[in-house]
Design a protein around this ligand. Sequence first.
Ligand SMILES: Nc1nc2c(c(=O)[nH]1)N[C@H]1C(S)=C(S)[C@@H](COP(=O)(O)OP(=O)(O)OC[C@H]3O[C@@H](n4cnc5c(=O)[nH]c(N)nc54)[C@H](O)[C@@H]3O)O[C@H]1N2
Ligand SMILES: Nc1nc2c(c(=O)[nH]1)N[C@H]1C(S)=C(S)[C@@H](COP(=O)(O)OP(=O)(O)OC[C@H]3O[C@@H](n4cnc5c(=O)[nH]c(N)nc54)[C@H](O)[C@@H]3O)O[C@H]1N2
Ligand code: SF4
Ligand SMILES: [Mo]
Length: 713
Amino acid sequence: MQNSATPTHCPYCALQCGMNLTPAADGTVEVTERADFPVNRGALCGKGRTAPAVLSSRLRLTSPLVRSGDGTLVPASWDEALDRVAAGLARARTGHGPDAVGVFGGGGLTNEKAYALGKFARVVLGTSQIDYNGRFCMSSAAAAGMQAFGLDRGLPFPLEDVPRTGCVILVGSNPAETMPPALRYFTELRANGGTLIIVDPRRTRTAEQADLHLAPRPGTDLALALGLLHLVVAEGRVDEEYVRERTSGWEEARAAAMAHWPEYVERITGVSVPQLREAVRMFCAPQAAMVLTARGPEQQSKGTDTVGAWINLCLATGRAGRPLSGYGCLTGQGNGQGGREHGQKADQLPGYRRLTDPAARRHVAEVWGVDPDSLPGPGRSAYELLDALGTDIRALLLMGSNPVVSAPRAAHVEERIRSLDFLAVCDVVLSETAALADVVLPVTQWAEETGTTTSLEGRVLLRRRAVTPPEGVRSDLQVLHGLAARLGADRGLEKGFPTDPEAVFEELRRASAGGLADYSGITYRRLAEENGVFWPCPAPAGADGGAPGAAAGGEAGAVHPGTPRLFLDRFATEDGRARFAPVAHRAAAEEPDEEYPLLLTTGRVVAQYQSGAQTRRVAELNAAAPGPFVELHPRLAARLGAAEGDPVAVVSRRGRAVAPARITGAIRPDTVFMPFHWPGEGRANTLTNPALDPTSRMPEFKVCAVRVESVEP
Ligand SMILES: Nc1nc2c(c(=O)[nH]1)N[C@H]1C(S)=C(S)[C@@H](COP(=O)(O)OP(=O)(O)OC[C@H]3O[C@@H](n4cnc5c(=O)[nH]c(N)nc54)[C@H](O)[C@@H]3O)O[C@H]1N2
Ligand SMILES: Nc1nc2c(c(=O)[nH]1)N[C@H]1C(S)=C(S)[C@@H](COP(=O)(O)OP(=O)(O)OC[C@H]3O[C@@H](n4cnc5c(=O)[nH]c(N)nc54)[C@H](O)[C@@H]3O)O[C@H]1N2
Ligand code: SF4
Ligand SMILES: [Mo]
């Protein structure tokens, strides 16, 4: 491969920072600043800067592994490994029916991989049992966005709008740790005279930057948002004209909010009435304002209603679908947005189509060259799928996730995974989940292959191949092709699984044409030339890949510019109006009691990424964040007699985890916090509650009842 710099994007989070990569003669890869990508303007966090370390073959799987007679994983040829996977999946299917085969994907996979995986499940395996880790991520915001606006795109505007608005309420988001280069959008907002309100039970490094920090009890954001809406009404701050012209359902939402008196909300949330009033004043004072949510309010068993309540606040005050105003969700994984649009979600087909919609089934079946009736219906959500392993689901193909560390009630999930008849894992490293597999397939990753991702802004990006992969690995697309050849050659199915990412993207364009997430006007060439294109971007009418009448907004044949800003004229609902959500406060699935008197919440630290499968292998990151910890308030620590660094045990109804105490006044005395990046004794997810949101099926990662005990060091 050439020795010049290749412009590409980071493998990790949804900011998808631009970077240049240059392979050096000694086999290492140098990261240099890529100033032409506007989102990060060259800035990278430590994870992005050190990402090439994980390209090194020393840390990598470079040969397929198969479970041998004595139970160990031993190297095998690609042919043998793929034969074994095909046989393992086929055996479950023959013995127990197509739904006995499960597929689990990831929001880090490129659009091409996510698309091919969804197609593989439905066309080759004929199973309905596919879902992915994005269900654990922003599914509640997605559900609420669909209900309110008729469309779910993380941010309906580019990040560059943030510093130009008047006020931002950032709810349960900690970009200082989770998207450091994005922090500047909020500091610039304040430098421009705008105000920043942070809602987080912890005084995080992000909260330290705020004009106002509200620290609610975990799991009470729904009540908080209702209390703010109550004050908006009581203080006469409703934008009546906007509500009349651009929304529906206000009367019911208003009545619900009026039942949430500020004093009542103060009792539930612990946020004082004067603070509530101050927040309303700050939010309503300027011309334009935004509410942005992340995992704090979303990863709750009422996350959909909670986000709905924050959207209600935007709608009542006329702050959605107007310049520099709106509600947005900060998606998480590198392709958290695109990963949910193209068919690895249990209920979706490419282009954000619904699997239950007959017209959608017809369209996609035609692109795939199959009978619409052959497509299975919706399957189980991620946790429910993992919970069914070893019972209804006998074999699993896993690509791009490490649920042994990252799934809720992880000890149970691990036990379910161990009870499978057959597990195949595609990964770049031997993750904790891959270590349990019958066959491990070593795959290429970001800088070794070309593909597209869709960032938190809805900007579709081209991630270019910059280095040669190590000997012995194949791409996920090659794996799917090889399995299709083994399981569907009699039906000629392998032809539907090209290994060239651009060929997959060309098909994805056609499959998405006319859908909500329409990519049909996007090509690799445009992505390279334009530094990304915001969807929807329909193809010109009559063009290859276009749907009839797809050139909405442009004259026939004109190239669609893409859509950086949504909803300015109308929302994507049938009548063009945004819908208020009729929501009321409800408690978390588990509230403290005598046995479990405290609340546990979980999240992230800057130097580790997710299950840590990749970042725990990078020396510099490990030195910065070597292991798990339990954040607790000095009063709680004193009661336990625990000093800084002493091991403490956190116990929930699901299990017990032990990690060193980190004592800080930055957390509420009734709450403890653990990051979830580590396996073993300090695994936070041993404790978490898999209670699901009824609509999004999101588990309640952000709140469960625990007690904390001191442990003999
Ligand atoms: N360093 C790093 N960066 C990452 C990732 C990573 O693993 N590591 N992962 C990426 C991914 S996939 C995601 S989804 C994003 C997540 O990005 P964020 O949502 O910013 O991350 P979290 O730390 O999960 O949660 C954010 C905050 O929610 C707060 N919180 C906890 N409970 C509640 C609650 O009940 N209400 C409210 N309002 N807040 C609460 C926590 O204290 C925490 O500070 O980060 C992305 N970036
Ligand atoms: N307690 C608690 N738990 C949580 C959360 C929380 O806030 N609290 N957050 C949840 C959220 S938001 C998320 S997104 C999940 C994430 O949790 P996971 O789904 O476990 O995410 P990762 O650790 O990123 O796992 C990705 C795996 O895919 C591998 N990989 C990387 N690139 C590729 C590729 O191109 N192909 C293949 N085949 N594999 C690849 C990596 O090596 C890694 O093993 O965790 C969830 N779990
Ligand atoms: S902020 Fe996210 S995309 Fe940017 S360098 Fe860090 S991990 Fe990569
Ligand atoms: Mo996520």
